[in-house]
Design a protein around this ligand. Structure first.
Ligand code: ADP
Ligand code: MG
Length: 371
């Protein structure tokens, strides 16, 4: 979860997303022990990554004091849990202060689990990882899905099981390597696959085009060609950019030019999709009944190369289709435009949503009793 320099919370989306389950439990008198992680402390105590700001914000949102402990296992924690009364909430310290968390250490998981009778998993964002707090604890106490996890699985599951057609997926981002499996999985499911961003360059190269100094994954050109062939065989429309915004350097101050994909200058790199591509992709998005978007189609962090991502995000927001957006940067782009509310479902898990949509089982989900 993003923190500001002064450790105040920059974005409380994930905290807000957890409220329905917390309220559900406490309203029914459950003693609710909250376990979570913050940042990447790497198995050590990191002062800056203590959970205190989370307790404070959670308290504000719930309108009550949320007690927070400075550890997540051990005698002091057991004592505090023993003093809880029905309906109480207790937030434990960052669970990643212990190396046993990410290693899914059995003893660590046993200690965590010993605090409770029932495990409720609402951490969709880490459901694709087998950690002690997402998987290990289910060996000792029964686990069930929280309301957020359930909603994520429900919405994403509908994308997998055949949704309203046309089903259009827009995939962008820097690297194909990160997303090759999801591209492959989507080729069997969607009507149209729109590809933009850095990864489009590798596809353009696979089609025999010269891409100048653009970001290209040379070891993935062969895979890209296979995917192009597979799309053609399976009657999936796979659209690549037809024009691009290029510049001689990876900088917002570099002189930019709009060129056809057939005419990328040797000394330039593609940093956004061009206006013709925006028009074509917008049209396809406008006709969709189901939409999935992951990955910006340009270097949207730099103002001059944000047009493509902004235009397509706006088109997705405007669409009446069932729309699902996943991925940290894509969600950031939605927020920047202020259109998050117009999306049917904004996933709280970039990596987890991708792995789920690849058709992989999620370790944090498989161990639950109500999966
Ligand atoms: P998400 O977080 O939504 O899953 P990714 O992390 O896969 O998205 O990709 C986002 C990154 O891709 C951004 O940092 C963006 O600058 C970068 N990117 C997009 N288009 C290009 C491009 N043409 N060249 C280089 N990087 C790009
Ligand atoms: Mg990202």
């Amino acid at each position: 979860m993003p923190l500001n320099e002064d450790r105040s919370i920059a974005d409380d989306t994930r905290i807000r997303a957890s409220l329905p389950t917390i309220r559900y439990l406490t309203d029914r008198g459950a003693k609710t022990i909250l376990v979570s992680h913050l940042g990447r402390p790497g198995g050590e105590q990191v002062e800056k990554l203590r959970m205190d700001p989370v307790a404070a914000r959670l308290g504000e949102l719930l309108g009550r004091v949320v007690d927070k402990l400075d550890d997540c296992i051990g005698p002091a924690v057991r004592d505090a849990v023993g003093r809880m009364r029905d309906g109480d909430i207790l937030l434990l310290e960052n669970v990643r202060f212990y190396p046993g968390e990410q290693k899914n250490d059995r003893q660590f998981a046993r200690e965590l689990a010993s605090l409770a009778d029932l495990y409720v998993n609402d951490a969709f964002g880490t459901a694709h990882r087998a950690h002690a707090s997402t998987r290990g604890v289910t060996e000792f106490i029964p686990g069930v899905a929280g309301l957020l996890l359930e909603k994520e699985l429900d919405v994403l599951g509908r994308l997998l099981s055949g949704s309203g057609r046309p089903f259009v997926a827009l995939i962008g981002g820097a690297k194909i390597a990160d997303k090759i499996n999801i591209l492959e999985s989507f080729l069997g499911r969607v009507d149209t696959l729109l590809i933009g961003g850095g990864m489009a360059n590798t596809f353009l190269k696979a089609k025999g085009l010269a891409v100048g100094k653009s970001l290209v994954e040379n070891d993935k050109v062969g895979r890209a060609r296979e995917l192009l062939d597979k799309a053609a065989e399976s009657n999936v429309r796979l659209l690549l950019p037809t024009d691009l915004v290029v510049a001689p350097a990876f900088s917002p101050d570099a002189e930019q030019k709009i060129v056809s994909v057939e005419a990328i200058p040797e000394d330039s790199m593609a940093l956004d999709i061009g206006p013709e591509t925006i028009g074509e992709f917008t049209k396809v998005i406008g006709e969709a009944r189901t939409l999935f978007w992951n990955g910006p189609v340009g270097v949207f962090e730099m103002e001059p190369f944000a047009r493509g991502t902004e235009a397509l995000a706006a088109a997705i927001a405007k669409s009446e289709a069932v729309s699902v957006v996943g991925g940290g940067d894509s969600v950031a782009a939605l927020k920047k435009l202020g259109v998050t509310e117009q999306i049917t479902h904004v996933s709280t898990g970039g990596g987890a949503s991708m792995e789920f949509l690849e058709g992989k089982g999620l370790p944090g989900v498989e161990a639950l009793q109500d999966k």
